[in-house]
Design a protein around this ligand. Structure first.
Ligand SMILES: [Mg+2]
Length: 101
């Protein structure tokens, strides 16, 4: 299980401010995009990818503290998004079976 230290992240926000930390979250998301791109080009950037994932997870922890986003709010969205994914998968698979007949 992945864990972040929420008290530490709250202290970082208190020290540097929510505005700066929000900007850093944007920057970390950009660095993750670059890491994914490098992996897709077939180079061995696995360690870089895991580092950028860690940065984004930390930054998202801060973002949630800054804007007061609760577990419930996120879990509700995850449920909705995954239900939609499930429907999309079911539709695609039905279409595949139809094309075989
Ligand atoms: Mg980074």
């Amino acid at each position: 299980m992945i864990k972040t230290n929420k008290k530490l992240q709250a202290d970082v926000i208190e020290e540097f401010g929510g505005d700066i930390q929000s900007t850093i979250c944007m920057e970390e998301c950009s660095e993750l995009i670059q890491a994914i791109s490098k992996m897709k080009r077939g180079k061995d950037y696995r360690d870089n990818l895991s580092e950028e994932i860690a940065d984004v997870i930390i930054a998202i922890t801060q973002l949630r503290i800054i804007y007061g986003i609760t577990d419930n709010e996120i879990n509700n969205w995850i449920l909705k998004k995954q239900a939609r994914q499930k429907m999309l998968l079911e539709d695609r698979r039905e279409e595949q079976y139809e094309s075989i007949d």
